[in-house]
Design a protein around this ligand. Sequence first.
Ligand code: M6R
Length: 590
Amino acid sequence: MCGIVGYIGEKPAASVLLDTLSRLEYRGYDSAGIATLYQGQIHAGKDAGSLMEVVAKQHLDMLPGNIGIGHTRWATHGGISAANAHPHMDCDNEIAVVHNGIIENYEILRQRLKGTHRFLSQTDSEVIPHLLDEYVHTGLSLEQALQKVVKELEGSYAILAISSREPDKIVGARRESPLIIGISPEGNYLASDALAFHGITDRVILIEEGECVVVTRVGVSIYNESGEKVKRAPIKTDWYHGELSKGLYDYFMLKEIHEQPAAIRRAVCQETAEVMAIAAEIRRVKHVVFTACGTSRHAALIGRYVFSKVAGIFGEVVMASEFEYFIESVDSQTLVLAISQSGETADVLDGVRRAKVKGAKIISLVNTVDSSLARLSDRVLYMKSGPEVGVAATKTFTAQLTLLYLLAFALADKYEEGKNQLTSVTAKIEESLVADADETNDLALKLKNQHDFYFIARGINFAVAAEGALKLKEVAYVHAEGMPAGELKHGTLALIDRGTPVVAICPHDYTFDEILPNIAETAARGAYVIGVSDKFESLFNEWIRIPPVPELFYPLVTIIPLQLFAYHSAVFRALDPDKPRNLAKSVTVK
Ligand code: M6R
């Protein structure tokens, strides 16, 4: 994962780097650091901790110069420590490098360099400045050296480097990790995600797979894998709807939960022709395979039910990290529907690349415009959720569901009906967010000392149980399991004891009568039952009331109180729900 940034221009580099990095902290917050160039010397500071903590400890804002690079880390190779924080340097402190990705052959490279180079970290990334140094000492320029170095690297990377010998440029390269250039009259920027440029510039240049770049104050040069110069004009982006501040909310997660009605309304506004074209592709193939990770996979699980119920189309959901093990069954009669908020999740990209090789059609549902997944796909529908800063996915989950409903209704030739239904359900969500006020807050307070939760549901609601459990684990660090209610008796029931919280997602739909016996089985063993429903049932110890909606759409309304419950549970445990430990929003490693 990790986020990288670079700047060269008229402004003080340190403040620009810290500002842009602060918008990339969703990519990791284990450690941070920057390096600037001033009067022929590299000035660097780095440490373990979040960006704000490192700034306070290392006074990063004081580093001089108008050119520099920065990094925020999610640890993979090497623990969370100051030594493993980026930037990394060559032995003479003449070259500084930041890297996002994984250098798979770093052990071999390190062994080769060890005799003549001093390593200070346990990271894979540190081989890069030493390799650059080797080539620069043969007389090559920094960009020529980088072009040589990337040929030796196996794995994924977005790299930025500066050198005190060539103080007027930043060089960069990417493969399987994103890197984007931002253009402005006050200087030029580089970053892992254009979100870094929010409020600075909307003119960007996308760097393609395998390319190297040289960015100066006044221009940009791009080279393809063969070293030939490539011409590419900047494009204008208005990718990000919405504010990047918390506004009146204490945390982004709460703000984003409340943004859901607006996010659903934006997701509903799709080009009809594009939705129809995708529906036609889906009808044409024999096999539909949804693939995604985490929350996006939960959306896929619901999508599978919706496709079946509305359009009679059977689809399989394959966890993206397991996709490669089914690749033998993929062919040109397969359509892969890949779902990803970031469009950068390595497991998803890997599955999609493999499926493409086998001739499959790739359709993706993505939030980040022009992300790697979007660019790999034959067709894309964008969620249009705007930036989701909280690591826990909330508004993008309901936006993903919205797109899946739209597709299902388009497949059934009932597109307009689907849109109308979504619009009226959105109004109900809006009302329920207002009505909730203290309900989930009070419940979270009451259950604040509980350590194990079981979320159960049936049919289309099962994935809501899984998602409710994931939210609670992720932000409140509480053990939670989400499962089909019918499975309880096959083992998990052994864990239900007096007072164990069981959250039953049981809207008054086709699953209601069937889940009641399962709830009763837990109640009989002393479970504390929290019913999420529009219909009261005497088995409930607590009732989280939801508005009645057409039964297909219950997942859009039942998930809201579960997100809020997880949020309040985190806050009552004095945790920051926006930055859960050990996690990052964009998981760009396999
Ligand atoms: O960007 P993606 O949708 O591909 O991310 C997939 C998962 O990493 C993500 O949904 C993760 O599970 C969330 N943090 C859960 O809230």
